[in-house]
Write a protein that binds this ligand. Structure first.
Ligand code: HEM
Length: 482
């Protein structure tokens, strides 16, 4: 039987005659309305349900529509995502291969543009050029002493907590998760401290696609440009100076572009990781029981969240270099493949029981895989882990201020973000930073805790060595530096 060609390719000369699709129909061989949209009300109401529906309907690789009803493939299978990301000779990160650009179908105001329009950074190139640019980023990031990063995280967490500690209530999204990563990143980049709050606002704004997004983007770029100018005169131990002096020989523009890439790549993702972990700590009884009983460390909890609630649920992934087959689908040269990281993490082929805890297993797809795998993952983990640890140590008897059912998330095509996480806690007698520390009370959720906790991870999940075990090995490694 011939596989139908669902995303609008011209029929092969040998294809049997069939019904002619209506003009403009993206679903050649399928009814025009048969393709699901990866954007809009249905997708954003419950992205996970949509992924499972697509998996049932099409298997590991599903035809979908992006904004503007542009055809795309959504890769839902764990193994298929690895196949795509580890085969750069078949699937490139260079978006200039997209047929929709060639055909002029991506409108100038398309919301896809900020994520798919080609830019001269390591994320949009492959091969030798990728190695040159990426080596500058990875080797510069590796220069940072973990203890130093941890100190920044603790300092900024304490500053943020000081602002609300006396009130006994807070919104841990707006007052904590959305602020911490950018404050830390501005320090790593080498920015003066006073830029922190302004950049936090601008970086959040430019990701939201608001009317002021372009102005915010200009502000970020200009700030980075003047930073690079200053660092050329007075280098220091910061990412800007390290990139400028790296043997890969980046031009000033390339340094600015990569500083912006790092800021944007680090911010939204780490905010989401902190938000999702805090929500789980505050709402999931099994989770709290595991943490409280010492069965799970906070780093293990982060990995569980990375499996279940990846900070980026989907990424605009790769473009087919030539005709090929993936997951039983005929992919044509120039097709776009979106990588469904959340769907891949929940693939029943590797995780038959998604409720079984994974105990620090790091084989999830949340940082992707292959040559473009996230080079900042340890920094992201460190900000989230140390930030949450420090926050919880400051807030005694912290619990949700509203019933769990009232928590609202806002989904967009690439990620889902909790809108607010209102909590109450016992105001401390003194809130002078680290001096005001309280005992962490993970088990203070209302209602009984389960007597037993599941211990077995499903055998099908690929095992990757976890750097950390219950008992705080990771934390002691962290303290001793690199
Ligand atoms: C929890 C936090 C984070 C998550 C979930 C995350 C996720 C990702 C993912 C999925 C990719 C791969 C994109 C692709 O394959 O197309 C990526 C790439 C990247 N990330 Fe992260 N990231 C996080 C934190 C960070 C941080 C803290 C930094 C910088 C300090 C960073 C810098 C980058 C860069 C530069 C790339 C591009 C790498 C390349 O193309 O070679 N990320 N990230």
């Amino acid at each position: 039987m011939t596989t139908p060609d669902p995303i609008g390719h011209a029929p092969e000369p040998s294809a049997p005659p069939g019904p002619v699709p209506p003009p403009g129909c993206p679903a050649h061989g399928m009814p025009p309305d048969a393709l699901r949209r990866l954007y809009g009300a249905e997708a954003e109401a419950d992205p996970r349900a949509m992924y499972e529906l697509l998996r049932q309907e099409h298997g590991p690789v599903a035809p979908v529509l992006l904004h503007g009803d542009l055809p795309a493939w959504l890769v839902l299978g764990y193994r298929e995502i690895l196949e795509v990301t580890r085969s750069p000779s078949r699937f490139t990160r260079d978006s200039r291969h997209w047929r929709m650009f060639e055909e002029g179908k991506v409108t100038p105001d398309s919301p896809l543009r900020p994520m798919v329009e080609w830019q001269p950074t390591c994320i949009f190139v492959d091969g030798e050029e990728h190695r040159r640019l990426r080596s500058a980023v990875t080797e510069s990031l590796e220069q940072f002493d973990r203890r130093g990063i941890r100190r920044y995280v603790i300092r900024y967490t304490n500053q943020l907590v000081d602002a609300f500690a006396g009130t006994g209530h807070a919104d841990l999204i707006g007052q904590f998760a959305e602020k911490l990563p950018m404050l830390v990143m501005t320090q790593l980049l080498g920015m003066a401290e006073e830029y922190g709050p302004q950049l936090v606002d601008a970086a959040l704004d430019l990701m939201k696609g608001t009317e002021t997004a372009l102005a915010s983007n200009d502000f970020v770029v200009e700030t980075l440009r003047s930073l690079v100018g200053r660092k050329k005169q007075n280098p220091g131990h910061d990412l800007a100076s390290l990139l400028l002096s790296h043997p890969a020989g980046l031009s000033d523009d390339e340094v600015v572009e990569h500083l912006r890439l790092v800021l944007v790549a680090a911010n939204e993702t780490t905010v989401n990781l902190i938000a999702n972990t805090l929500r789980m700590v505050l709402t999931d009884r099994r989770f709290r029981a595991n943490l409280a009983g010492g069965h799970m460390t906070l780093p293990d909890a982060l990995e569980q969240v990375l499996w279940d609630e990846p900070p980026l649920s989907t990424i605009p992934g790769r473009w087919a270099i030539s005709d090929t087959v993936l997951g039983g689908q005929q992919i044509k040269a120039g097709d776009i493949l979106m990588l469904g990281l959340e769907a891949g993490n929940a693939d029943p082929e590797i995780r038959p029981d998604v409720t079984a805890p994974l105990h620090g297993n790091r084989a999830h797809l949340s940082f992707c895989s292959g040559p473009h795998e996230c080079p900042g993952q340890e920094i992201g983990r460190a900000i989230a882990d140390t930030g949450i640890d420090t926050l919880l140590a400051r807030l005694s008897n912290v619990r949700l201020a509203v019933p769990e059912g009232e928590l609202r998330s806002r989904a967009a095509w690439l990620s889902k973000r909790l809108e607010a996480l209102p909590v109450v806690f016992a105001p401390p007698r003194s809130s002078n930073g680290s001096g005001g520390k309280q005992a962490v009370d993970f088990a203070s959720a209302p209602g009984p805790l389960p007597d037993t906790v599941p211990v077995a991870a499903p055998p099908a999940v690929p095992q990757q060595p976890t750097a950390r075990r219950a008992g705080g090995t990771w934390r002691s490694l962290f303290r001793s530096g690199r």
